[in-house]
Design a protein around this ligand. Structure first.
Ligand code: SF4
Length: 323
Protein backbone atom coordinates (compact mmCIF):
# COMPACT_ATOMS: atom_id res chain seq x y z
CA UNK A 1 0.00 0.00 0.00
CA UNK A 2 1.35 3.46 -0.87
CA UNK A 3 -0.94 5.76 1.08
CA UNK A 4 -3.32 5.31 3.97
CA UNK A 5 -5.36 8.09 5.52
CA UNK A 6 -6.60 6.93 8.92
CA UNK A 7 -9.32 8.46 11.09
CA UNK A 8 -8.43 11.97 9.98
CA UNK A 9 -10.15 15.00 11.54
CA UNK A 10 -9.39 18.55 10.36
CA UNK A 11 -10.90 21.71 11.87
CA UNK A 12 -10.54 25.34 10.84
CA UNK A 13 -10.41 28.14 13.36
CA UNK A 14 -12.34 31.17 12.09
CA UNK A 15 -14.07 34.39 13.16
CA UNK A 16 -17.32 32.49 13.75
CA UNK A 17 -15.80 29.59 15.64
CA UNK A 18 -14.35 26.21 14.83
CA UNK A 19 -15.48 24.41 11.65
CA UNK A 20 -15.19 20.64 11.51
CA UNK A 21 -14.20 20.39 7.84
CA UNK A 22 -13.04 16.75 7.80
CA UNK A 23 -14.60 14.18 10.09
CA UNK A 24 -13.08 10.78 10.59
CA UNK A 25 -12.12 9.94 7.02
CA UNK A 26 -10.33 6.74 6.18
CA UNK A 27 -9.09 5.48 2.82
CA UNK A 28 -6.11 3.87 1.15
CA UNK A 29 -4.36 3.95 -2.20
CA UNK A 30 -2.50 0.97 -3.59
CA UNK A 31 0.68 1.21 -5.65
CA UNK A 32 -0.20 1.79 -9.32
CA UNK A 33 -3.87 2.50 -8.57
CA UNK A 34 -6.01 5.47 -9.63
CA UNK A 35 -8.35 6.52 -6.82
CA UNK A 36 -11.02 9.16 -7.40
CA UNK A 37 -12.34 11.42 -4.65
CA UNK A 38 -15.62 12.97 -5.73
CA UNK A 39 -18.00 15.45 -4.12
CA UNK A 40 -19.51 18.92 -4.46
CA UNK A 41 -17.50 22.00 -3.51
CA UNK A 42 -17.26 22.14 0.28
CA UNK A 43 -17.25 18.35 0.61
CA UNK A 44 -13.67 18.40 1.92
CA UNK A 45 -11.99 16.66 -1.02
CA UNK A 46 -9.45 19.43 -1.73
CA UNK A 47 -8.70 19.88 1.99
CA UNK A 48 -7.93 16.15 2.10
CA UNK A 49 -5.48 16.56 -0.80
CA UNK A 50 -3.83 19.61 0.80
CA UNK A 51 -3.42 17.72 4.08
CA UNK A 52 -1.51 14.97 2.26
CA UNK A 53 0.66 17.59 0.57
CA UNK A 54 1.22 19.49 3.83
CA UNK A 55 -0.20 22.64 2.30
CA UNK A 56 -3.12 23.37 4.64
CA UNK A 57 -3.67 26.97 5.69
CA UNK A 58 -2.33 28.28 9.00
CA UNK A 59 -5.72 28.14 10.73
CA UNK A 60 -6.18 24.41 10.01
CA UNK A 61 -5.97 22.06 12.98
CA UNK A 62 -5.45 18.34 12.45
CA UNK A 63 -7.03 17.16 15.66
CA UNK A 64 -6.69 13.43 15.09
CA UNK A 65 -5.54 10.83 12.60
CA UNK A 66 -2.59 9.69 10.56
CA UNK A 67 -1.47 10.01 6.93
CA UNK A 68 0.81 7.07 6.23
CA UNK A 69 2.83 7.39 3.03
CA UNK A 70 5.26 4.57 2.19
CA UNK A 71 5.26 3.51 5.84
CA UNK A 72 5.87 6.98 7.29
CA UNK A 73 3.34 9.17 9.07
CA UNK A 74 3.51 12.45 7.11
CA UNK A 75 2.00 14.35 10.03
CA UNK A 76 5.09 13.62 12.13
CA UNK A 77 7.61 14.87 9.53
CA UNK A 78 9.42 18.20 9.79
CA UNK A 79 8.38 20.97 7.38
CA UNK A 80 11.62 20.54 5.43
CA UNK A 81 11.09 16.78 4.98
CA UNK A 82 7.60 17.37 3.65
CA UNK A 83 8.92 20.01 1.24
CA UNK A 84 11.39 17.45 -0.09
CA UNK A 85 8.65 14.88 -0.60
CA UNK A 86 6.53 17.38 -2.55
CA UNK A 87 7.65 17.41 -6.12
CA UNK A 88 10.22 14.65 -5.67
CA UNK A 89 7.93 11.82 -4.51
CA UNK A 90 4.52 13.43 -4.62
CA UNK A 91 3.63 15.41 -7.75
CA UNK A 92 0.77 17.91 -7.93
CA UNK A 93 -1.51 19.14 -10.69
CA UNK A 94 -4.14 21.76 -9.91
CA UNK A 95 -7.13 23.17 -11.81
CA UNK A 96 -5.43 26.31 -13.04
CA UNK A 97 -2.12 25.52 -14.78
CA UNK A 98 -0.90 29.13 -14.56
CA UNK A 99 -0.59 28.82 -10.76
CA UNK A 100 2.10 26.15 -11.28
CA UNK A 101 3.95 27.90 -14.12
CA UNK A 102 6.32 30.85 -13.92
CA UNK A 103 4.70 33.43 -16.22
CA UNK A 104 7.93 35.04 -17.40
CA UNK A 105 10.15 31.96 -17.79
CA UNK A 106 10.29 29.90 -20.97
CA UNK A 107 8.79 26.38 -20.73
CA UNK A 108 12.11 24.65 -21.43
CA UNK A 109 13.91 26.60 -18.69
CA UNK A 110 11.17 25.79 -16.14
CA UNK A 111 11.32 22.09 -16.91
CA UNK A 112 15.11 22.05 -16.94
CA UNK A 113 15.21 23.80 -13.57
CA UNK A 114 12.86 21.24 -11.97
CA UNK A 115 14.55 18.23 -13.60
CA UNK A 116 18.02 19.35 -12.47
CA UNK A 117 16.79 20.01 -8.94
CA UNK A 118 15.15 16.59 -8.57
CA UNK A 119 17.50 14.37 -10.53
CA UNK A 120 20.81 16.08 -9.84
CA UNK A 121 22.06 15.73 -13.44
CA UNK A 122 24.24 18.07 -15.57
CA UNK A 123 22.63 20.80 -17.70
CA UNK A 124 23.22 19.04 -21.04
CA UNK A 125 21.50 15.87 -19.86
CA UNK A 126 18.67 17.90 -18.33
CA UNK A 127 18.08 19.70 -21.67
CA UNK A 128 17.61 16.33 -23.38
CA UNK A 129 15.32 15.22 -20.55
CA UNK A 130 13.20 18.35 -21.15
CA UNK A 131 12.47 17.31 -24.76
CA UNK A 132 11.76 13.77 -23.64
CA UNK A 133 9.37 15.01 -20.93
CA UNK A 134 7.49 17.14 -23.49
CA UNK A 135 7.23 14.21 -25.90
CA UNK A 136 5.89 12.01 -23.12
CA UNK A 137 2.95 14.36 -22.62
CA UNK A 138 2.35 14.33 -26.40
CA UNK A 139 3.57 17.83 -27.22
CA UNK A 140 4.33 18.12 -30.94
CA UNK A 141 7.45 20.07 -31.87
CA UNK A 142 8.93 19.99 -28.33
CA UNK A 143 11.97 22.11 -29.36
CA UNK A 144 9.62 24.89 -30.46
CA UNK A 145 7.36 24.67 -27.40
CA UNK A 146 10.36 24.68 -25.04
CA UNK A 147 11.18 28.19 -26.33
CA UNK A 148 7.71 29.56 -25.63
CA UNK A 149 6.30 31.37 -22.59
CA UNK A 150 3.20 29.94 -20.84
CA UNK A 151 0.95 32.76 -22.12
CA UNK A 152 1.72 31.73 -25.69
CA UNK A 153 0.12 28.29 -25.18
CA UNK A 154 -3.50 27.10 -24.92
CA UNK A 155 -5.00 25.96 -21.59
CA UNK A 156 -4.74 22.30 -22.62
CA UNK A 157 -1.08 22.67 -23.62
CA UNK A 158 -0.31 24.45 -20.34
CA UNK A 159 -1.92 21.61 -18.36
CA UNK A 160 0.23 19.10 -20.30
CA UNK A 161 3.32 21.11 -19.31
CA UNK A 162 2.21 21.08 -15.65
CA UNK A 163 1.80 17.29 -15.86
CA UNK A 164 5.27 17.03 -17.41
CA UNK A 165 6.64 19.14 -14.51
CA UNK A 166 4.80 17.03 -11.92
CA UNK A 167 6.05 13.76 -13.47
CA UNK A 168 9.64 14.90 -13.96
CA UNK A 169 11.09 13.65 -10.63
CA UNK A 170 9.45 11.06 -11.26
CA UNK A 171 6.96 10.80 -8.37
CA UNK A 172 5.40 7.70 -6.81
CA UNK A 173 2.14 9.56 -6.24
CA UNK A 174 0.41 12.17 -8.39
CA UNK A 175 -2.31 14.28 -6.80
CA UNK A 176 -4.50 15.89 -9.44
CA UNK A 177 -7.11 18.32 -8.07
CA UNK A 178 -9.75 19.14 -10.71
CA UNK A 179 -7.10 18.93 -13.47
CA UNK A 180 -9.65 19.19 -16.28
CA UNK A 181 -12.31 21.52 -14.86
CA UNK A 182 -11.04 24.64 -16.63
CA UNK A 183 -10.73 22.90 -20.02
CA UNK A 184 -13.00 22.23 -23.01
CA UNK A 185 -14.69 18.81 -23.03
CA UNK A 186 -12.53 17.35 -25.83
CA UNK A 187 -9.32 18.53 -24.15
CA UNK A 188 -10.58 17.13 -20.82
CA UNK A 189 -10.60 13.62 -22.27
CA UNK A 190 -7.11 14.05 -23.70
CA UNK A 191 -5.75 15.12 -20.31
CA UNK A 192 -7.50 12.24 -18.51
CA UNK A 193 -6.15 9.77 -21.08
CA UNK A 194 -2.68 11.22 -20.58
CA UNK A 195 -2.87 10.80 -16.78
CA UNK A 196 -4.05 7.20 -17.26
CA UNK A 197 -1.30 6.49 -19.80
CA UNK A 198 1.42 7.79 -17.43
CA UNK A 199 -0.09 5.77 -14.58
CA UNK A 200 -0.02 2.55 -16.63
CA UNK A 201 3.42 3.19 -18.13
CA UNK A 202 5.22 4.32 -14.98
CA UNK A 203 3.13 2.68 -12.26
CA UNK A 204 2.54 6.06 -10.60
CA UNK A 205 -0.39 6.00 -8.18
CA UNK A 206 -2.91 8.77 -8.80
CA UNK A 207 -5.33 10.53 -6.45
CA UNK A 208 -7.82 12.29 -8.73
CA UNK A 209 -10.04 14.88 -7.10
CA UNK A 210 -13.12 16.04 -8.93
CA UNK A 211 -16.71 17.21 -8.52
CA UNK A 212 -17.66 15.19 -11.61
CA UNK A 213 -18.58 11.49 -11.46
CA UNK A 214 -18.24 11.50 -15.26
CA UNK A 215 -14.51 12.19 -14.82
CA UNK A 216 -13.93 9.37 -12.32
CA UNK A 217 -15.86 6.99 -14.58
CA UNK A 218 -13.23 7.49 -17.28
CA UNK A 219 -10.06 6.44 -15.46
CA UNK A 220 -10.48 5.63 -11.76
CA UNK A 221 -10.11 2.06 -10.48
CA UNK A 222 -11.82 2.90 -7.20
CA UNK A 223 -13.80 5.90 -6.02
CA UNK A 224 -14.67 7.48 -2.71
CA UNK A 225 -17.59 9.87 -2.44
CA UNK A 226 -17.35 12.68 0.12
CA UNK A 227 -20.14 14.77 1.57
CA UNK A 228 -19.80 17.47 4.25
CA UNK A 229 -16.28 16.35 5.14
CA UNK A 230 -17.07 12.65 5.47
CA UNK A 231 -16.67 9.61 3.23
CA UNK A 232 -20.23 8.46 2.50
CA UNK A 233 -19.48 5.76 -0.07
CA UNK A 234 -16.43 3.91 -1.29
CA UNK A 235 -15.82 1.03 -3.66
CA UNK A 236 -14.78 -0.02 -7.15
CA UNK A 237 -15.77 2.72 -9.61
CA UNK A 238 -17.92 0.41 -11.73
CA UNK A 239 -19.88 -0.67 -8.64
CA UNK A 240 -20.38 2.91 -7.48
CA UNK A 241 -21.68 3.94 -10.90
CA UNK A 242 -23.89 0.91 -11.52
CA UNK A 243 -25.05 0.11 -8.01
CA UNK A 244 -24.80 3.23 -5.81
CA UNK A 245 -25.44 2.49 -2.16
CA UNK A 246 -25.80 6.05 -0.92
CA UNK A 247 -28.56 8.50 -1.94
CA UNK A 248 -25.98 11.29 -2.34
CA UNK A 249 -24.09 9.23 -4.93
CA UNK A 250 -27.43 8.56 -6.59
CA UNK A 251 -28.09 12.34 -6.73
CA UNK A 252 -24.64 12.98 -8.24
CA UNK A 253 -25.37 10.38 -10.92
CA UNK A 254 -28.78 11.91 -11.66
CA UNK A 255 -27.13 15.34 -12.01
CA UNK A 256 -24.84 14.12 -14.82
CA UNK A 257 -25.73 15.59 -18.25
CA UNK A 258 -25.87 12.04 -19.73
CA UNK A 259 -28.69 11.06 -17.36
CA UNK A 260 -31.26 13.37 -19.01
CA UNK A 261 -32.65 13.26 -22.55
CA UNK A 262 -31.48 15.98 -24.98
CA UNK A 263 -33.41 19.22 -24.41
CA UNK A 264 -34.42 18.27 -20.86
CA UNK A 265 -33.16 20.45 -17.96
CA UNK A 266 -30.32 19.05 -15.85
CA UNK A 267 -31.30 17.66 -12.44
CA UNK A 268 -29.52 19.68 -9.74
CA UNK A 269 -29.24 18.39 -6.18
CA UNK A 270 -31.80 20.42 -4.22
CA UNK A 271 -30.94 22.00 -0.87
CA UNK A 272 -27.62 22.94 0.67
CA UNK A 273 -24.80 21.29 2.56
CA UNK A 274 -25.30 21.77 6.34
CA UNK A 275 -23.17 24.27 8.23
CA UNK A 276 -19.98 22.61 9.43
CA UNK A 277 -19.90 25.02 12.39
CA UNK A 278 -22.61 22.90 13.95
CA UNK A 279 -22.97 19.47 12.46
CA UNK A 280 -26.35 17.76 12.68
CA UNK A 281 -26.56 14.82 15.13
CA UNK A 282 -27.69 12.44 12.44
CA UNK A 283 -26.89 12.02 8.76
CA UNK A 284 -25.49 15.23 7.21
CA UNK A 285 -27.43 14.51 3.99
CA UNK A 286 -30.82 14.12 5.75
CA UNK A 287 -32.19 17.56 4.77
CA UNK A 288 -31.67 16.77 1.06
CA UNK A 289 -32.46 13.07 1.04
CA UNK A 290 -35.75 11.76 -0.34
CA UNK A 291 -35.40 8.59 1.74
CA UNK A 292 -34.75 10.32 5.09
CA UNK A 293 -36.29 8.53 8.10
CA UNK A 294 -36.44 9.41 11.80
CA UNK A 295 -33.33 7.40 12.57
CA UNK A 296 -31.42 9.41 9.94
CA UNK A 297 -32.12 12.72 11.67
CA UNK A 298 -31.11 11.50 15.12
CA UNK A 299 -28.33 8.98 14.64
CA UNK A 300 -25.18 9.30 12.62
CA UNK A 301 -24.74 6.42 10.11
CA UNK A 302 -21.28 4.82 10.09
CA UNK A 303 -19.48 3.67 6.95
CA UNK A 304 -20.27 -0.05 6.67
CA UNK A 305 -19.73 -2.75 4.10
CA UNK A 306 -22.94 -3.26 2.11
CA UNK A 307 -21.37 -5.56 -0.45
CA UNK A 308 -17.85 -6.98 -0.75
CA UNK A 309 -15.37 -4.03 -0.90
CA UNK A 310 -18.28 -1.59 -1.28
CA UNK A 311 -19.08 0.58 1.73
CA UNK A 312 -21.69 3.24 2.41
CA UNK A 313 -22.73 5.36 5.40
CA UNK A 314 -26.51 5.13 5.22
CA UNK A 315 -29.31 3.64 7.28
CA UNK A 316 -31.03 2.31 4.14
CA UNK A 317 -30.65 -1.37 3.45
CA UNK A 318 -29.23 -2.46 0.08
CA UNK A 319 -28.55 -0.65 -3.17
CA UNK A 320 -30.31 2.61 -3.98
CA UNK A 321 -32.29 2.41 -7.18
CA UNK A 322 -32.35 5.34 -9.53
CA UNK A 323 -33.94 6.17 -12.85
FE1 SF4 B 1 -30.73 9.42 3.41
FE2 SF4 B 1 -30.97 8.38 5.83
FE3 SF4 B 1 -29.23 7.36 4.15
FE4 SF4 B 1 -28.81 9.76 5.22
S1 SF4 B 1 -28.89 7.81 6.31
S2 SF4 B 1 -28.54 9.21 3.10
S3 SF4 B 1 -30.89 10.56 5.28
S4 SF4 B 1 -31.47 7.38 3.93
Amino acid sequence: MLLEVKNLYIDFEGMRGRTEAIKNIHFSLEKGEILGIVGESGSGKSITALSILGLLEENAIISNGEIIYNGRNLLRLQKKERQLLRGREIGMVFQEPMTALHPTMKIGKQLQHVIQRHRNIPAKEAKEAVLQALQEVHIDQPELVAKKYPFELSGGMRQRIVIALAMSAPPHLLIADEPTTALDVTIQYEILNLIQELNRKRGTSVLLITHDLGVVSKICDRTIVMYAGEVVESGPTKEILNRPNHPYTQSLLEALPDSVSPGQPLRAIVGETPSLLQRPNGCAFATRCKYAMDICRNHHPKLAEKEVNHQAACWLEGTVSYD
